[in-house]
Design a binder for this molecule. Sequence first.
Ligand code: SF4
Length: 388
Amino acid sequence: MLADLCSGTAGGKASCIMKSKVKAPGHSTIRPADIQRDIRRDIRRALLGWYDQHRRSLPWRAKAGKRADPYRVWLSEIMLQQTTVATVGPYFGDFMARWPTVEALAAADLDQVLVAWQGLGYYARARNLHKCAGVVASLHGGVFPDSEAALRSLPGIGEYTAAAIAAIAFDQAAVPVDGNIERVTARLCAITTPLPAGKALIKAAATSFADAHRPGDFAQAMMDLGSGVCTPRAPKCPDCPLQKLCLAHAAGDPEKLPVRPAKLKRPERCTQMFWLENARGEVLLRKRPARGLLGGMTELPSTPWRAGDWPDADEISGAEPLSVAWTLLPGEVQHVFTHFRLTMRLVQGRCRKGANVDGFWVHPDDFAEHALPTVIKKAMGLILQAEA
Ligand code: SF4
C-alpha cells in the first residue's frame, strides 16, 4: 500500500518513497534513488512471480530456465528498435532461416541483407547489423562478448542494446530501459519530470529495482508488463502485479506518465521523382550514397529532397536523368521520416534502347531483388494508380 511505500515519512505523500542521489531539473516531486529495500524486494517478487505465469512466448526468447542465444537476442533487439513485436516476427524468422548464425550473416552480401530488411526502415541499422556480424565473426571468433562495455564497442550497439543483450543473453546485472520499462518505472515511482530530463531519474529508479539473481528475467518481465498491462493508454491496473506498490495508480491518473514534451511539427520537404522506362520495359534506378539517409539503398532518380516550394524548371531539368518528353502523373504521396515529412510527385518518360544514363535498368518484375525503401515504393505506387 502507499502508506507502506512511504513508511518513515510524514503525510504518506508519493514523493517520499525515495531519497535523492540524482539531481534532475523540472517538476518531479519524486527524487529517485535508494528506494527502500523492502519495497524493492516486494517489487521483484511480485513482478517475477507474475512473469513466471504470464511471460510472452517470442521467437527469440529462450524457454523458462534456459539461457538465451546471444545471436537471437542481438538480432531481435536491433530489429525491435523503433518497430513493434508484431512487425518484427516474420523478419526475424526470415533472417534466422537465411542466416542461422552470426558467421552466416557476416558472410552474406550487404545488398542481400538490405533487401531482406526492406520494410523495417531505419536502414542504417541493417548496415550496422551486417558490420557488427563481421566484427563478431572475425574478431571474436563468432562469440558475442558478455560484458556491457565490450558489447558497446561493437557497431550499432548503443547503451540500451548492450544492456539488453548483457541482461537477457548473459544474465549480467545490466538494466536496459526501453519505452516499456521507462513507462512502468515512471508510473511506479510517479516520476513527473518531463522527458528527456526525466530519463536519468527513471534509469536510477529502474536500476534500483533490478534483480541481482534473475536480471534477464526481470528486464523481460518489465518489458512484458509494459507491453501488455501498463500500456500507454488505458493501463490495466486491476491486472497488474504491482498495483499495490504503484504511486501513479494511487494518485489516480497513471496515463499522464511519463510526461512527454510537446511534439514539434516536422519540417516539410518535397521532391519530384523520375520513372524512366526503356524499350524493354525496364525502369532506371540508382544507388544512394553509402552513408547518410537510406545509405546504400536503391531509388528512383529525383530532384533534391528540399524544404520549401516545388522545384522550378531549372532544378527539374538539372536532375533529369535524360531529356525526354516527361508527363507529370496525377497525385502526390507522402512519407514521414523521423525528422521531416517528404511529399513526392512522379513524372514518367520513355527512352529508346541504348540511352546513356547514370544508373541501372531493372524490370519491375525484378524489383524485389533490390533494396527499395518504403518511401520509393510509395512513389512507384503513383504509376500503378495512373495505369489503373
Ligand atoms: S498499477 Fe497500473 S500504472 Fe501502475 S504499473 Fe501497474 S499497470 Fe502501470
